[in-house]
Structure formats: structure tokens, C-alpha cells
Write a protein that binds this ligand. Structure first.
Ligand code: GDP
Ligand code: CA
Length: 383
């Protein structure tokens, strides 16, 4: 099958002398409002924000952040600020011959207004004919559903990868459709690495000689519904991976690095686990602020709880904050937001050298999420 370079839209074959796929469609520029939002105390507004994101939690946060930036409701951030998202790719896997990147796609579809809001993943107005047909052939895994619309994304991605493009270039090409029309050059989505990396989870299985079985993260989450305890989490290939192009520069050149309320183990933890990435966060001149994905004694949705248990970290806002650690003490955080219900944990975190504030941290709508982002920025904006 060949995809000639002259075909409009995305090119699957690498044009001579170019690295990045091109599109022929002209996209109208996005209008930006001049910077009017200086810091609370007149400090220069942040122009470059870098966010280390997982899927649903990260994407919802980004929606609120971008909403707030555009509305000028985040003091200390310029209205034409550049936002770079570094997304987790350790959930990725190959299924039915297709490369599926759940967190990249959740961010892309959410910010591009194509997400199924109820499910929180995949395409809106989805149909499932291909899934049904695969089941009729008896093709496994039947527990993993790929919708028909979604499959188009995976087909494009897989064919570009097989034509030799790195995942970062493929992501850029996909985002031409999903992000550029609304955000122009102000929003960039990068995979954390172009290398193949996969989270696997060890679960108890009395039917095997070792008494345990290792499954891909997707099988743990989708088939087992994270309902069996995770004994260990293994990040296959992570310690051999290298950051994707643009990732280290986005951290070094940022004014603010934000750890959204994403899963601290299998989303932010894996991003920080790409060799060189944690050091880049520690070394950046930017302030680094995170928001707790744990409210009270539980994650709000998802499975942060199971993953924290697997790595032996206390399931609390303080547990996660202390596990990230203070930048002044070998960790990555300057500031950490906890929910107002967890205000009793503030002193413990401050004693570890982290600036902390307790505010509402439920992402109920864009305004509430933008207020969380504003509180995060204010926490680390010098007085
Ligand atoms: P995933 O890749 O789809 O699991 O998404 P992320 O890793 O980006 O985020 C998942 C985590 O977001 C969950 O484990 C929750 O702890 C957290 N989360 C989801 N909704 C909320 C919310 O409204 N408030 C807070 N504070 N955390 C949330
Ligand atoms: Ca994920």
C-alpha cells in the first residue's frame, strides 16, 4: 500500500529532506489577545507553561487552564502564553496491529472537542462496528474496545510509524486536525518519548507456578478494572528511553512547570522516569507546582489509589506531595496544592520544604478548574 506525497492531508511517506509530515490545508491563524495579565505583585507574566499530563485528569486540568488563560482569569499568566503538554506514553500498546496511545489521544480529543465526555476517553458519537466484527471472528482481546472513529486515528498513527516517522512527528500531524484550528501555535502536545515504553502490572494468580501474573497496564485497567491488588508495577523500556524532541527544551525554557492532578505513578511518575527528565525538572529556572490527585483518602476517579499502594506510598495529598519531594531536597516540587479538606496536611508538607495551599480541588467545570490553576500559579509566583 502506498501513500504518495502528493496526496492532500497527512503524508505517510517521508518527503526527501524533511522530518516532519506536512499538510496542504491552510489553517486560519488564531487571534491572541495582548498580554494584560501580569503577576499579582507586578512580576512579569509567565509566557511558557509546561504541563506533565496523563489522560483524563491531566486533560480536564488542561481544559480549565486553557479556558482560564484565554479568559485572562489566571493572574501571572499571559493571555497569549504558550502551553506545552508532555504526555505519558507508558499506557501505550499494540492491539489488532494498531498502535494505541490512550493518554495522548485523551488530551488531543479533549482539547480538540472530540472526546466522549461521559466515557472520558475515545470519540464522541462513536460506533462500534469494527469491534463487533472482530468479536465475530473470535479475535482477542475482546475486552478492549476500539471505536470506529477512534480506529481512524490509530490507522493513521500506525501507518506513519511504519513509514518511519517517530511518535512525536505523528502526534504533531494528528494535532494539526485536533489542536491547531483552535489553538494555533499556542498549544503543543509532545509524547514524553518516541521509544516504546509500557507499564505492566503484576497481580496475584494462584493458578500459575509463581503465584503471580504480569499483565499489560491496559489489561489491568480495562479487563481487571483495577479491582485486584497490584503487587508491583513495572515500566518496561522506561530506563532505556530518551526524551522526545522538544521535551527537555520545554522544561528548561518554561516559566512554570505544572504537575496536574494526574496519576502520580503511572502518568506523572512515568514521565519523570524518562532518563534526564526528572533532572530537567529539578534544574529548570521555572517554578514547579503540582496539584494533588488525592482528595481525602481517595482518588476522585481513576486508580491512583491502587498504584500508590503498589509502590508503598501513603494514599493522601501529603503522601503524594512528599513522594514528589521538595526541589530543595532532591525532589521536583516548589509548590503543592491540596484540597481544602486536607488542610490538616499542610504543616507536614511545609516542614518538608514545599510551599502549600489548601483550596477546592474538584474539577467540576472549567471555571472551577481554572480557579485551581490560578491558585497553583499564585502559590509559586514570587511576592
Ligand atoms: P488517566 O491517564 O486517564 O488515568 O488520567 P490522569 O493520570 O491524567 O489522571 C487520573 C487521576 O486524576 C485520578 O487517579 C485522580 O486521582 C485524578 N483526578 C481525577 N479527577 C479529579 C478531580 O476532579 N480533582 C482532583 N484533585 N483529582 C482528580
Ligand atoms: Ca493513562
Amino acid at each position: 500500500m502506498s501513500y504518495p506525497n502528493s496526496q492532500p492531508g497527512i503524508c505517510y511517506t517521508r518527503p526527501p529532506g524533511t522530518n516532519v509530515p506536512t499538510r496542504t490545508a491552510q489553517l486560519s491563524p488564531v487571534s491572541t489577545t495582548p498580554d494584560v495579565t501580569s503577576g499579582p505583585t507586578g512580576t512579569p507574566a509567565a509566557r511558557n507553561l509546561t504541563v506533565l499530563s496523563g489522560g483524563m485528569g491531566g486533560a480536564r486540568f488542561l481544559q480549565g487552564l486553557l479556558h482560564g488563560i484565554r479568559a485572562g482569569s489566571i493572574p501571572g499568566v499571559a493571555r497569549d502564553a504558550q502551553v506545552t503538554v508532555i504526555a505519558n506514553t507508558c499506557d501505550d500498546w499494540w492491539v489488532h496491529g494498531l498502535k494505541v496511545c490512550p493518554d495522548l489521544d485523551t488530551v488531543m480529543y479533549t482539547l480538540g472537542d472530540g472526546i466522549d465526555l461521559e466515557r472520558g476517553w475515545g470519540r464522541r458519537e462513536e460506533t462500534w462496528s469494527a469491534k463487533t466484527e472482530l468479536e465475530r471472528y473470535g479475535v482477542e482481546p475482546t475486552w478492549f474496545g476500539l471505536g470506529d472513529r477512534d480506529i481512524a486515528t490509530h490507522l493513521v498513527r500506525t501507518q506513519m510509524l511504519e513509514a518511519g516517522y517517530p511518535l512525536s512527528a505523528v502526534t504533531t500531524a494528528l494535532c494539526e486536525r485536533w489542536l491547531r484550528p483552535a489553538y494555533g501555535d499556542t498549544l503543543t502536545l509532545l509524547p514524553m518519548t518516541d521509544d516504546r515504553v509500557e507499564t505492566h502490572v503484576a497481580v496475584a494468580d494462584p493458578d500459575t507456578p509463581s503465584g503471580r501474573r504480569v499483565v499489560h497496564f491496559q489489561e489491568y485497567w480495562v479487563r481487571l478494572r483495577a479491582q485486584v491488588p497490584a503487587e508491583t508495577v513495572v515500566f518496561v523500556g522506561l530506563d532505556q528511553s530518551t526524551p522526545a524532541p522538544g521535551v527537555l527544551d520545554a522544561i528548561a525554557g518554561a516559566d512554570l512547570v505544572i504537575l496536574p492532578p494526574s496519576n502520580p505513578v503511572v502518568s506523572v511518575g512515568t514521565i519523570l522516569g524518562v532518563p534526564g527528565l526528572r533532572d530537567a525538572v529539578r534544574a529548570t529556572r521555572a517554578r514547579v507546582v503540582g496539584l494533588s490527585p488525592i482528595v481525602g483518602t481517595s482518588h476522585v476517579r481513576g486508580m491512583a489509589e491502587q498504584m500508590l499502594n503498589a509502590i508503598g506510598v501513603e494514599v493522601s495529598a501529603a503522601g503524594v506531595g512528599l513522594n514528589y519531594g521538595a526541589r530543595g531536597n532532591g525532589g521536583v516540587l516548589d509548590g503543592w496544592l491540596v484540597d481544602e479538606r486536607d488542610a490538616d496536611q499542610v504543616a507536614r508538607l511545609e516542614a518538608a520544604g514545599i510551599a502549600v495551599a489548601a483550596v477546592p480541588l474538584m474539577m467540576t467545570d472549567h471555571d472551577a478548574t481554572a480557579a485551581m490553576a490560578a491558585a497553583a500559579v499564585a502559590l509559586v509566583t514570587p511576592a
